[in-house]
Design a protein around this ligand. Structure first.
Ligand code: FAD
Ligand code: DLZ
Ligand code: SF4
Length: 518
């Protein structure tokens, strides 16, 4: 028989290892839209539409290259609803010699593939996903025997390995990292660039109707739908970013503006994670902008660090630490995620903006995820599993391998400091400095306690006080505890009482997560 090649929804790359291992003349490619994947969390409607439409376009691209592709649509009669069932059906149809797959992004699916080795009566070949620049094995070697797994050292090794922004053995510009220059607040500006938008074609329109019919209870607005769904359009979107926004990417990386949802960000993570863009190509393209003088080093280095450093490092941590990582809960936090995460309906202007644009666009930029929604959940003591489920559901770029370490590690400090040296906790001052949200808010960022005070202010101190036994020994937090101890007993008690009242009100009940009713 022929070989059977299963291609998953985030493996939409023509150079995929499983495709390279097969011969178009002697193989069948299987792609399937399945309920199991579409509903293990209540994925945002735009995310579902993006993945299904991109899958359908990718199947066409494979056929154009001479592959035989069998594609199961979500509402096809006989759709078995899971990878297991669809693979079994394909095996019955074709009696293939061998099943070939590229390793999946998620541990959950990797377990399935491992089970197939026993349960299927044909050989199963699982190949490395070499679209990543650091293999799982290489990351394990890098991590072995190290006391500290800080990203910065990993990143320097990756710069040396790829030669990106290297001047011989030295980093371009004499420094590895220009982050200190990348913390400017932005002013609203009518000429701010916008991500490229694409009108839905017939395939996308069919998918939009499908998602609307079957996932109406999932979170998020389905339309307007403007994401690229092919490699060509994703490359055009990236090119728009490179030309229009990359030069100022560094300066405004940490800025937030009420009416500017994308600022100078690339909005390319969804394309990259699905396989429509290639990480090394993106880094080389950005690097070329520096050498041609069109973009400054702080922008280009910052951008390359996100992809070559953070993205690869996060994936390495995921595979190094799973499956235990999923249960991380350093603070033993067990409050419910407030319902306003799913609706955006709250008087906190910054949270309303971040959650609101998330519901509209399946997108928020990094500092919104980290310092607004993530920070608030940690300060309130929200159960890490509930906030993890939210991040995995609501963002078009979210797959567990990248979402989980960012959420549990970077944003919630639930891993106790594997990723970061201290929790990303901040009060209203920080948010006010980096954004224009506070001017739109019902709360007063200058007040510290009481009904009008900015909740981030008292929640920040309450978080530190509540977790004193776990954090006091952290050298970077010592001075902060000394400030707390110098406050009057009355002030400390008023702070904690304001926090208790806010948390009681916001986290009282477990929110309806808008799970599919299909
Ligand atoms: P840009 O600002 O343009 O950055 C360029 C690229 O760098 C991104 O496209 C992305 O591929 C990569 N990148 C930047 N930061 C990270 C990071 N910390 N980890 C991995 N890649 C990074 N990113 C995801 O791709 N999927 C997720 O599910 C996800 N969940 C997150 C959850 C939390 C709590 C936090 C704090 C961050 C999360 N991130 C996630 C990282 C980051 O916020 C997004 O990659 C970024 O906002 C995507 O928007 P962009 O393409 O405009 O990024
Ligand atoms: C995220 C996702 C969704 C929503 N639907 C599908 C699908 O129907 N078929 C498919 O092959 N892949 C889908 N995906 C992506 C998978 O969940 C992803 O490949 C695994 O989680 C491994 O990263
Ligand atoms: Fe957010 Fe506080 Fe500013 Fe309101 S006052 S926008 S809650 S930081």
């Amino acid at each position: 028989g022929r070989d059977l090649v299963l291609v998953l929804g985030d493996q939409l790359s023509l150079g995929l290892s499983s495709l390279r291992a097969a011969d178009p003349a002697n193989a069948v490619v299987l792609m399937a839209e399945v309920y199991e994947e579409a509903s293990y969390v209540p994925h945002h409607k735009k995310k579902l539409a993006f993945i299904f439409s991109a899958m359908r376009h990718f199947a066409d691209a494979l056929r154009a290259q001479g592959w035989t592709v069998e594609y199961t649509k979500l509402d096809d009669p006989g759709n078995a609803g899971s990878f297991d069932g669809e693979v079994e059906r394909a095996i019955e149809r074709h009696r293939p010699a061998c099943l070939i797959v590229t390793e999946p992004g998620e541990w959950r699916v990797a377990q399935k593939f491992a089970d197939w080795r026993d349960s299927l009566d044909i050989p199963v070949e699982v190949l490395d996903d070499d679209r990543f620049l650091c293999s799982r094995a290489d990351f394990r070697d890098w991590a072995a025997g190290r006391k500290s797994l800080r990203m910065e050292y990993f990143y320097r090794d990756m710069r040396r390995r790829t030669g990106l922004l290297m001047d011989g053995d030295e980093p371009e510009g004499g420094r590895w990292n220009f982050d200190a220059e990348n913390r400017k607040p932005a002013d609203d500006d009518l000429f701010m660039p916008q991500p490229a938008r694409f009108a839905p074609d017939d395939t996308t329109r069919e998918v939009l109707a499908l998602v609307d019919a079957h996932f109406s209870n999932h979170v998020g607005d389905l339309e307007p739908f403007w994401f690229a769904v092919t490699r060509e359009d994703a490359e055009a979107a990236f090119e728009t970013f490179v030309k229009d926004a990359l030069p100022l990417f560094g300066d405004y990386q940490d800025a937030m503006l009420q009416d500017r949802k994308f600022l100078f960000h690339s909005v390319c993570s969804l394309y990259l994670n699905a396989g429509l863009l290639d990480p090394l190509d993106m880094c080389r393209r950005a690097e070329a902008e520096y050498y041609s003088g069109r973009a400054p080093l702080n922008a280009v280095e910052g951008y390359i660090r996100q992809i070559l450093g953070w993205r690869e490092y996060i994936r390495g941590i995921y595979w190094l630490k799973m499956p235990e990582y999923a249960d991380s809960n350093f603070f033993e936090a067990d409050n419910n995620l407030p319902g306003f995460y799913w609706t955006g309906e709250t008087d906190l202007a910054c949270v309303r903006a971040a959650a609101g644009q998330t519901i509209e666009e399946a997108y928020a930029h990094h500092i919104q995820r980290l310092m607004i929604t993530g920070n608030l959940a940690m300060l309130m003591g929200v159960d890490p599993k509930q906030i993890h489920e939210w991040y995995l559901a609501v963002y078009a770029d979210a797959y567990e391998w990248v979402e989980m370490p960012n959420t549990l590690g970077m944003s919630q400090f639930a891993d106790g400091g594997l990723l970061g040296s201290k929790p990303y906790a901040a009060g209203g001052n920080y948010i006010n400095k980096m954004s224009d949200y506070c001017g739109h808010c019902a709360y007063d960022v200058k007040q510290k306690t009481g009904p009008r005070a900015c909740p981030f202010n008292y929640l920040y101190w309450d978080f530190l006080a509540r977790n004193r036994d776990k954090l006091e020994g952290n050298p970077r937090l010592g001075p902060v505890y000394r400030t707390w101890d110098k406050m009057s007993a009355d002030k400390r008690e008023a702070t904690r009482e304001s926090a208790r009242a806010f948390i009681r009100d916001a986290c009282g009940q477990r929110a309806d997560t808008l799970v599919s009713n299909t």
